[in-house]
Design a protein around this ligand. Structure first.
Ligand code: SF4
Length: 57
């Protein structure tokens, strides 16, 4: 990634999460809207790159 973006994340149940540093280990993630959610709050978006700890790639 050209701009060395860092993704801070506290979703510790995700296999891509570096729990010690509360960061995502991926170079990039996909964020998608929650269909039908129009709260104008952060819950309108979610990380679609999430994988549960034990899930295979
Ligand atoms: S993939 Fe998404 S949920 Fe998982 S650590 Fe990265 S940003 Fe967080």
């Amino acid at each position: 990634m050209d701009n060395n973006q860092r993704i801070n994340c506290t979703v510790t149940s995700c296999k891509h999460n570096n729990k010690q540093y509360q960061e995502c280990k991926l170079q990039e993630i996909i964020v998608t809207p929650i269909i039908g959610c129009e709260t104008k709050q952060p819950d309108e978006s979610m990380c679609s790159s999430y994988k549960f700890e034990t899930e295979k790639d």
